[in-house]
Design a protein around this ligand. Structure first.
Ligand code: PBE
Length: 270
């Protein structure tokens, strides 16, 4: 294609995150679908390890291909990065983050259900929390609490028609990424302000879906669709209630530094 061949320099390897992530599952599909990725492998470890390797590669201007996504602070910290085009559409175009509730939540805890149903925010809101937490080294829970205090008008919309309760327990199940730690902690804080006794449990993606389907947890704000969590969603479809999106404009894909002379997954070489 006339582009630089980086295959040997990166050892035919995409630098990825945790084995259970939706983006990991999706990248395994990409490796099967693209001839350009024949013989490649996805190196799985953790989000923290991937970010460390990304930082090291960028310092030395070395090639690296990561599994990237928005919202995340990676593009704030390293603005000179690009998503590789995905002509086969394996990663989709844009993702929604959806709220799912266990069956029966509406009848059992109508005020919690109403608040969860009314919760939605913007990419910039979620990113501002993640960025402040990482830049200042503050716990996301702390930053989320402050965000809630500073946004009374938005919070008033989420709590419209929600009555105060007296210690009703509610369990949010979530994934361990910063994006979902931000949303879960914000909503937990707002639920607490209405008198709920809230637990946030971070687990693997598969366990999030299983817990909601079996009624072990009350709700999640962490379902990335239509691509990222498709397999999990379809496995349990009909066993949970889909409350619709709480955020629009998320994205997943393969991401590289701008200094790499490629634009598409098809510019990689087997
Ligand atoms: N992520 C961030 C997750 C969802 C949120 C894209 C790394 C994943 O399951 O892939």
């Amino acid at each position: 294609s006339g582009k630089t061949n980086y295959s040997e320099a990166v050892d035919y390897s995409i630098t990825g995150i945790e084995p259970g992530a939706g983006i990991t599952v999706t990248t395994e599909k990409a490796i099967k679908k693209y001839d350009s990725l024949k013989g490649w492998n996805l190196e799985q470890s953790s989000t923290g390890a991937m970010m460390t390797k990304l930082g090291e590669a960028i310092d030395k201007e070395e090639p690296i291909i990561i599994t990237g996504w928005n919202p995340h602070w990676m593009f704030a910290k390293y603005p000179d990065m690009k998503y590789l085009d995905d002509p086969k559409g394996v990663y989709g175009k844009t993702e929604l983050i959806k709220t799912l509730a266990r069956k029966g939540l509406k009848e059992d805890k109508p005020n919690a259900y109403k608040l969860l149903d009314q919760f939605h925010w913007e990419v910039e809101d979620m990113e501002s929390i993640m960025l402040e937490a990482t830049e200042t080294g503050t716990e996301i829970a702390e930053v989320a609490k402050k965000w809630v205090e500073e946004h009374p008008d938005v919070v008033a919309e989420w709590t419209k028609g929600v009555d105060d309760v007296d210690g009703t327990e509610i369990e949010l199940v979530s994934t361990p990424w910063d994006s979902e730690r931000a949303s879960a902690n914000v909503v937990a804080e707002v639920l607490r302000s209405k008198g709920f006794n809230v637990t946030v449990t971070p687990v693997d993606v598969a366990v999030v879906f299983e817990a909601i389907a079996k009624g072990d947890g009350d709700a999640t704000l962490a379902a990335w669709m239509p691509i990222t969590h498709k397999d999990f969603y379809e496995e349990y479809e009909g066993q949970f209630e889909d409350l619709g999106e709480n955020l629009k404009g998320a994205k997943i894909g393969l991401v590289v530094p701008e200094y790499m002379d490629i634009d598409s997954i098809e510019d990689l070489q087997p």
